[in-house]
Design a protein around this ligand. Structure first.
Ligand code: BDP
Length: 724
């Protein structure tokens, strides 16, 4: 055999070993690739030599199924099970209350710190033999524990003396699907909706089960099946039958189902003349609807409601307010333990106040007025899921109302499913932000996990990026955003780096030489997108409707605050939105400590500069260069960062199959093209005001401004077929 052929075979076998099981990405981070390291393989084989696992419930059966799926793949042998707990067991998986008393005694103290969904994995001794125990208070904790153990194996951790106790810090860890009944997905870029309403309830797609498995593996325990721009039909018996079928599957993975409730449903479905929340017939309609739903789905989670926002009906149509509406629904759900999640994403066409201020102004006065089973869901920033926003001022300010933070996992404003952007970096920035509302250290995470104000109902929601694409999320790296959202909902204090590393190892390879550069690439990817789309605090300069590509010139939409020109305010004097006391004074909605910093151009972090200030083109940035030059260089930096990402990916080739390499390489090339498009279009447009040349180091635009302005995308994905 000649050397070339030998090298080829060697390369080929590395590729196969690197990722033989998951060529199409369907298996997500639940790959369970064979453990090649002989020592680890032998340790893990010892661990599963004799397993006891009770499987007396559907959830526990699923824990057993997962072990049955994973062990043969990881170790190329089956685990062996005993019917009762035995001294020879190497792995005992059982509820705390059912453990033999000498094991219970050893674990009692640890259990004081776990909550109902938590678990422990610990090596102790049983009848003088070492044994690893996975135990929990409830079945779901056992399932989470099993998934964690498998994750630790997948990521090649030493498990010989494991001692791990973990509980979720947030109660509701929720995916919001913006899925329509016709299976289109609003702002969805990964195909159609997973829910095949036509074939349900009779046909149970394997995907429903795999979706639930994937969610349970990262601790997600709630799913809202339908779009916030809701269709009342989902509440009809025909659809509830289908919802019930999904709920049955999801229940066995510890996931509760929620629905979006269209406020006008009593009119549309119940033939009532009004949906006024104070009308007794309306109240009864919702009470009966709740009874009907809970009869089918006893653990139904509740309703998510978008009301009086972007044309959706709501209590204000009847002269009532958000509290009236939310409490009316909460009353209907309360007997069954259901909850209402009421969204605070509101801004009005009748109000010319800075849009960034409106939700705070409207909702703060309601603090303390909602029923106990109402949570208010607030987007991470005050505008709308932009590549970068300061945190929403309601966090920390609303002290008596539990707030759910809403992140967007689907990349409406971050390059759809063609751009590699690792969102946990964005989520982390928001969660770590200090609101100062109860002194220093009052971070958004502490608001969300309830520790700041002592609320027990807590939640984190992510607008899902999942669809029928074979790999679920369109871009293979967008899987990391789903994964990372789940991990942060479980523990908002995790770092984005830890998450990137976990995901890379579970999905691709644990080789350090692969993980380290790719981790770096993932972490930088978020700053890259900010740089090439909206640097230095710019925001909402996207093209109309579909939000694909730049449209900073758009100035002709129905309401001022839908137009990019409203947000960047570029003119011959300068650029940026003045939100200080000389402008909209949105800074006053933050705690004094932050207000002072945000108002002061010398103190404000430059990443928020143009969010809060309108500044002249020759304003001197911290590095001494003019704003115009700095802005242009930031756009260029974003493009350069994408070029670096391409190089990193090329260097990772030995760890990838040809198919994996090619797929992402093609996507990165598109990302580069679009990053250049953003840079060129925005700079050419802003240059009409700055009237300054591009600084040295910034590439010359490929086309004219007129060309960029002429681009139209009538079939860009993700828009609702009809806007109500
Ligand atoms: C905007 C989306 C729109 C959503 C809305 C919302 O463009 O499709 O309906 O948010 O969150 O960002 O309600």
């Amino acid at each position: 055999m000649n050397l070339n052929k030998l090298l080829f075979l060697l390369y080929f076998s590395i590729c196969l070993n690197a990722n033989s099981q998951n060529l199409d990405g369907y298996k997500l981070w639940l790959n369970y690739d064979k453990i090649e390291d002989p020592q680890l393989a032998s340790d893990y084989s010892n661990l599963v030599r004799s397993i006891y696992l009770s499987n007396s419930s559907d959830i526990l059966k699923n824990a057993q199924n997962e072990l049955g799926r994973a062990i043969p793949r990881l170790l190329e042998k089956n685990g062996s099970y005993t019917a009762t707990i035995q001294p020879e067991n190497t792995l005992i998986i059982e509820l705390f209350e059912k453990l033999p008393s000498d094991l219970r005694l050893q674990l009692e103290n640890d259990f004081r710190t776990t909550n109902d969904e938590g678990f422990l994995i610990k090596t102790i001794s049983y009848k003088s033999n070492p044994v690893t125990v996975i135990s929990a208070k409830k079945d779901i904790g056992i399932l989470y524990g099993v998934f964690r153990l498998l994750h630790l194996m997948q990521t090649h951790q030493k498990l010989t003396t494991i001692d791990l106790i973990d509980s979720p810090k947030v109660k509701l860890r929720m995916l919001d699907h913006w899925d329509n009944l016709d299976r289109t997905v609003e702002r969805g870029y990964a195909g159609f909706s997973l829910w095949n309403w036509q074939k349900l309830p009779g046909y149970i797609d394997q995907r429903y089960i795999d979706y639930a498995r994937a969610n349970a593996s990262i601790g997600i325990n709630a799913t809202v099946l339908t779009n916030v721009n809701a269709n009342a039909l989902i509440l009809n018996p025909m659809y509830l039958d289908k919802v019930e079928a999904l709920a049955t599957i999801f229940r066995s993975y510890g996931i509760q189902v929620y629905l979006t409730a269209r406020f006008s449903a009593p009119i549309e479905l119940g033939n009532l003349k009004t949906a006024d929340p104070l009308d007794p017939d309306v109240q009864n309609w919702w009470k009966n609807k709740a009874a009907e739903i809970y009869k089918r789905i006893p653990d139904f989670g509740g309703f998510l409601v978008k009301a009086n926002s972007e044309g959706q009906p709501g209590p204000q149509n009847y002269g009532r307010n958000h509290v009236d509406g939310a409490n009316m629904m909460a009353t209907a759900l309360e007997p069954y333990g259901g909850i209402v999640i009421w969204r605070a994403f509101v801004y009005s066409e009748h109000d010319d106040t800075d849009r960034a201020k409106q939700a705070y102004d409207e909702f703060l006065p309601y603090d303390g007025k909602f029923m106990d089973n109402v949570l208010v869901q607030v987007k991470n920033g005050p505008i709308d899921f932009q590549p970068r926003e300061p945190f929403h001022p309601l966090f920390g300010a609303m002290k008596q109302t539990p707030l759910v933070i809403e992140f967007q996992i689907t990349q409406e404003y971050l390059g759809f499913s063609t751009h590699l952007v690792f969102l946990p970096k964005l989520f982390e920035e928001v969660l770590d932000a200090d609101t100062f509302q109860k002194g220093k250290g009052s971070t958004v995470s502490k608001v969300i996990d309830g520790s700041l104000y002592g609320n027990t109902l807590t939640g984190m929601a992510g607008v899902a990026n999942i669809g029928t694409d074979l790999n679920w999320t369109g871009h293979p790296f967008a899987q990391a955003n789903w994964y990372g959202f789940g991990r942060l909902a479980w523990n908002p204090y995790l770092s984005a780096e830890t998450i990137a590393e976990e995901w890379l190892k579970a999905t691709y390879s644990s080789e350090k030489a692969f993980v380290e550069p790719l981790k770096k690439m993932m972490i930088t990817s978020r700053e890259a997108v900010v740089n090439y789309m909206t640097p230095l605090g710019l925001h909402h300069i996207f093209d109309t409707g579909h939000h694909y590509g730049p449209g900073p010139w758009v100035d002709d939409l129905g309401r001022p605050d839908w137009n990019p020109v409203y947000y960047h305010n570029a003119d011959y004097n300068g650029i940026g939105f003045d939100r200080t006391p000389t402008g909209s004074n949105a800074t006053e909605q933050y705690a004094k400590e932050l207000e002072t910093i945000y108002n002061d151009t010398r103190k404000i972090p430059e990443k928020y500069l143009l969010w809060f200030h309108h500044l002249p083109w020759d304003y001197k940035l911290k590095n001494g260069i003019d704003l115009w030059d700095g802005l242009a260089l930031k756009y260029q930096e974003g493009v350069n960062q994408v070029k670096d990402m391409i190089t990193t990916w090329k260097n990772a080739k030995p760890y990838l199959t040809e198919g994996q390499f090619k797929e992402i390489n093609m996507l990165l090339q598109i990302q580069l093209k679009e990053a250049e498009w953003w840079r060129d279009a925005c700079l050419l447009y802003f240059q009409t005001f700055s009237q300054r040349p591009l600084p040295k180091g910034v590439d010359k635009p490929a086309h004219t401004l007129a060309y960029y302005r002429s681009l139209k995308f009538p079939f860009a994905p993700g828009i609702r077929p009809q806007w109500d």
